[in-house]
Ligand binder design. Structure first.
Ligand SMILES: Nc1ncnc2c1ncn2[C@@H]1O[C@H](COP(=O)(O)OP(=O)(O)OP(=O)(O)O)[C@@H](O)[C@H]1O
Ligand SMILES: [Mg+2]
Length: 267
């Protein structure tokens, strides 16, 4: 088991009134699982993700991550724990505009005091695995929306987190570009065995995710699971094939252009 959530409640106070947003969530996430959270706007999906990700504290209830009770840690311990165990991808990429793609990916590792050479090696490997070696020295403003999200995904993985939390990561992308980014999440889950919890409004995507949590009014209303044979169908289908072809084209063109060394040398 990776995460265990018990009786999680979250209240917000607004204009002197208490708003109960999470009303007692119980949830267990196994190592290597991929789960989606669906539900209407305002049911508390992002709030649940933030609280599990320790970006926000619950009003009551407890959260365990492996053997650690997160709800017992102080803010400094939480920040350290979060930096090393949890990766985030949001709807907006939140890349820093003045840094290159490679530098953006390196930043969380530098903040966690990894040596520059190690951070750069990992960042290059991740850029390659998201098919963007040839965009290494581009700044976010010089990347397409799909490329920006792929860089954001690479950045979320630089510390090799056990848990990746994604909040509508393709919400701002057109469906074809979004599918390519989704496929990368599936690949990271399969190849790196990263546990992924993803909020999505995309029904087609959610139907490919093994376990789907459906939220209604601050609670998990029900859970559905995808049958293994459905997964095979999708993997063999055109979507996955398209991505492989695209990735090959990207890799091929990357090998033809010289990848310029970036200003990252001096970080
Ligand atoms: N900091 C806050 N202060 C007060 N209310 C908040 C705060 N953050 C969220 N809320 C309220 O909590 C409820 C749930 O918000 P949340 O962002 O979790 O919804 P969501 O399910 O992610 O919705 P969406 O699909 O629109 O992103 C909303 O009614 C929202 O207004
Ligand atoms: Mg939300």
């Amino acid at each position: 088991m990776l995460v265990r959530v018990e009786g999680l409640k979250k209240d917000f106070y607004h204009g002197g009134r208490k708003i109960q947003v999470l009303k007692g969530i119980d949830l267990q996430i196994e190592k290597g699982e991929m789960l989606s959270i669906e539900g209407a706007s305002g049911v508390g999906k992002s709030t649940l993700l933030h609280v599990i990700g320790t970006l926000d504290t619950p009003s009551s209830g407890r959260i365990w991550f492996e053997d650690h009770e997160l709800t017992a840690l102080d803010p400094a311990q939480l920040a350290h724990f979060r930096g090393r165990n949890i990766g985030f991808v949001f709807q907006a990429h939140h890349l820093l505009p003045e840094f290159t793609a490679l530098e953006n990916i390196m930043l969380p590792a530098l903040i966690q005091r990894l040596p520059v050479s190690k951070a750069k090696k990992r960042a290059k490997e991740l850029l390659d695995s998201v098919g963007l070696s040839h965009r290494s020295s581009h700044k976010p403003g010089q990347l397409s929306g799909g490329e920006q999200q792929r860089v954001a995904l690479a950045r979320a993985l630089i510390m090799r987190p056990k848990l990746l939390l994604a909040d509508e990561p393709t919400g701002n992308l057109d469906s074809k570009t979004g599918e390519g980014v989704h496929n990368l999440f599936f690949r990271m889950n399969e190849e790196r065995e990263i546990t992924i919890l993803m909020v999505t409004h995309n029904r087609e995507l959610a139907s490919r995710i093994p376990r789907q949590l459906h939220m209604v009014d601050g609670l998990i209303d029900h859970t559905s699971t995808r049958k293994p044979e459905d997964h095979k169908e999708v993997k063999d289908g055109n979507g996955a094939q398209d991505l492989e072809i695209t990735t090959d084209i990207v890799k091929e063109s990357a090998s033809k252009v010289s990848v310029h060394s970036t200003s990252g040398e001096s970080i």
